[in-house]
Design a protein around this ligand. Sequence first.
Ligand SMILES: [Zn+2]
Length: 340
Amino acid sequence: MTSTTPGLVCAHHHLYSTLARGMPAPPKTPTSFHEILEQVWWRLDTALDLEMLRWSAMLGAVEALENGTTAIIDHHESPNAIEGSLDVIAEACAEVGVRVNTTYGITDRHGPEGARRGLAENERFIRAGGNGYVGVHASFTCTDESLRAAAELADDLGVGVHIHVAEGIDDIDAPERLAGLTNDSWLLIHGVHLPDDHGLSGTIVHNPRSNLNNAVGYANPARFTNPVALGTDGIGANMIEEFRLAYVMERSVDVTASPEEAWSWLATGWDLFPEARDDVVTWTYEPMDPWHLAFTPGVMPTRVEVDGEVVFTDGRTTRVDSAEVRAKAREQAARLHARL
Ligand SMILES: [Zn+2]
């Protein structure tokens, strides 16, 4: 066993949410997942401009490298700053040296015009050579027409659709809404409330920390025949930590579960983002074996190499000054929080 691995992949992230930490409390304490969306995330995304987004993405990318994650599959929404937003995220990640696949999550929450503009941003970005999926927030915030348009655009562009599916009970009819639209290149995020035989194709991305935080329930992804990958849903990009949680959550419902299964979910990230296999992360611990890691807290990278270039070493990112990124992100967070 060696103490190096390929670059880890976060298969579902929201780089726009990095500045949410410490945001002012909502006017009323949310008591359900739907209220969390309405009072936290849909207020935050509405207040974002491109400058805030730039530093939010930059900080998220720095924190990814600091945790050995070299590839991020991002899902973005900023309804008052749609056009060009995917370029801002892609450029921020490129500056830090992190691989990113990003997408604009369309929704009809702000009317059909908002959905149309979101779709256009996906198309513009991908046709210009950007690495992306076609994004949809979730079927419960979209019309059938928008869902069909997203699926058709994705087919046309030769990519999949990246969509939240049955995260909360609000989206319980997702299997019927999406029937006939999905294929193996889709990313189905969460699947907490999907039945075992849901009939949808694609990779299910499990985000155990986020699911616990939103009290939506346990997805128990071992029950699905679909491939399963791991994401953080915007709560950082420490994939070793997410693996450890995925293992112990599975163990909580199946005492025979092996950490090898949760590790295989982490490894699915390399099928989604094969370039990360060429990256090299050196760790503080040896061996990087699922049975060790499941019971070893605090394993951290000492060196990260992306595409042959050292982008993190001696506790520091090499391309950008992480202290400066943190200072700028704090300034932008103050602007954002003042708007809320
Ligand atoms: Zn998400």
